[in-house]
Design a binder for this molecule. Structure first.
Ligand code: DSN
Length: 420
């Protein structure tokens, strides 16, 4: 349990307890805009910090390699049942340790080393594990990356189809980490069918939006759907795979024994709790709020002269191209952090700058929405960002903004953190 509430950690290890307390303060006092982060509820944190962490459970419910699974089987079956209900999936595996292992399990289930695969290129907004060169998925498979169109920065389906026909991938990925628009899963399905590829949708970023009904679902369209559980979905750090029944055995065997040992049962319990929360009507309002806030923030930034990749957003994420502001993404991100606003620098499509010093800034609204902030706060945030980007080296101004941010944050206590 976090240091502010549980004396056991403070007594046993005051150093770690103090560091956790500092992180609680940081997450309370700052505006967290990293699009892949959120606040898990107190209930999710409690389940994740439970004695279930003590138990080994290789295998699946009813077929384990260790005894003593009376409780763990129930936890895992509950998590599976809730995720199935939420997404309407035929088969669910909640054992992947996170998103990257979930994606590796898909390769293992359907590909041999050297097989052709196709995914959105990292600089265009894809993920490392969709076949990018420095990832094991780019080294062990013959991967190709499709891109976005230069004119509107949206996924270039002509490029996807051309590469698919030329390359005949075994596995076609759709899914993004820095793409602010809805994904057309049906269009990907058509291309996958044309070349006989397995279609995998990685919905790590948008799982909460899909569950909340504000983004179209790939379930029933893609053969396999992978996700993390801690981004818009607001659960613990974990992963899950949803698939059609015909692929259930291949996926389960790929996760265990193919890739992993014992599942993290404490995480499974946290996923079950998060799925229970996502089944409640309030979750739909949260998901709608995430999108409404992103649109409000995008509008407010556009009206302050910021250039947004694709011109706006349909989801939780905004990608800002700072080229016209003549401030590199890293300089802006570091100055924003000093002003109490946490984002990450990011490449933009066709970025002339290097990935470690790119032109863009990626921001998102899940964490702010979980705190209860709305469109009015998004306008204030755009004002803060505008001031910071105008002069990222004006330290007195950054310190003043950090104070204003702290004051704003104090009216919106984040879920999961008990205030001292
Ligand atoms: N894809 C990373 C992110 O979106 O932040 C996590 O893997």
């Amino acid at each position: 349990m976090p240091a502010l509430t549980d004396p056991a950690l403070k007594d046993a290890d005051p150093t770690i307890a103090e560091l956790i307390a500092q992180e609680e303060r940081r997450e309370t006092d700052k505006l967290r805009l990293i699009a892949s982060e959120n606040y898990a509820s107190r209930a999710v944190l409690e389940a994740t910090g439970s004695v279930l962490a003590n138990k080994y459970s290789e295998g699946y419910a009813g077929k384990r390699y260790y005894e003593g699974q009376q409780i763990v089987d129930q936890v895992e079956l509950l998590a599976i049942a809730r995720i199935r209900e939420l997404f309407g999936a035929e088969h669910v595996n909640v054992q992947p340790y996170s998103g990257s292992p979930a994606n590796l399990a898909v390769y293992l289930a359907f590909c041999q080393p050297g097989d052709p695969v196709l995914g959105l290129a990292l600089p265009a907004g894809g993920h490392l594990t969709h076949g990018w060169g420095v990832s094991i998925t780019g080294k062990y498979f013959a991967s190709q990356g499709y891109g976005v169109r230069r004119e509107d920065q949206r996924i270039d389906f002509d490029d996807v189809r051309r590469l698919a026909l030329e390359h005949r991938p075994k596995l076609l990925w759709c899914g993004t980490t820095a793409y602010p628009r809805l994904l057309d899963f049906a269009r990907f399905r058509e291309i996958a069918d044309e070349v006989g590829a397995i279609l995998c949708a990685d919905i790590a970023h948008i799982a909460g939006l899909v569950a909340g009904g504000v983004h179209p679902s790939p379930v029933g369209i893609a053969d396999v759907v992978t996700s993390t559980t801690h981004k818009t979905f607001r659960g613990p750090r974990g992963g899950m795979i949803l698939c059609k029944e015909e692929h259930a055995r291949a996926i389960d065997r790929a996760v265990f024994p193919g890739l992993q040992g014992g599942p993290h049962n404490h995480t499974t319990a946290g996923i079950a709790v998060a799925a229970g929360e996502a089944l409640k009507p309030e979750f739909k309002s949260y998901a709608q709020g995430v999108v409404d806030n992103a649109k409000a923030l995008a509008e407010a930034l556009l009206s302050r002269g910021f250039d947004l990749v694709t011109g706006g957003t349909d989801n939780h994420l905004i990608l800002i191209d700072l080229t016209s502001k003549q401030v590199p993404g890293k300089v802006a991100a570091q100055a924003l952090d000093r002003a109490g606003i946490v984002a990450n620098y990011n490449s933009v499509p066709f970025d002339p700058r290097k990935p470690f010093d790119p032109s863009g800034l990626r921001i998102g609204t899940p964490s702010l929405t979980s705190r209860g902030m709305g469109p009015g706060e998004m306008v204030r945030l755009a004002d803060f960002m505008d001031q910071v980007v105008k002069d990222p080296s004006d330290e007195p101004a950054l310190a003043r903004i950090a104070g204003e941010v702290r004051e704003l944050c104090s009216s919106f206590p984040p879920p999961g953190i008990i205030q001292a």
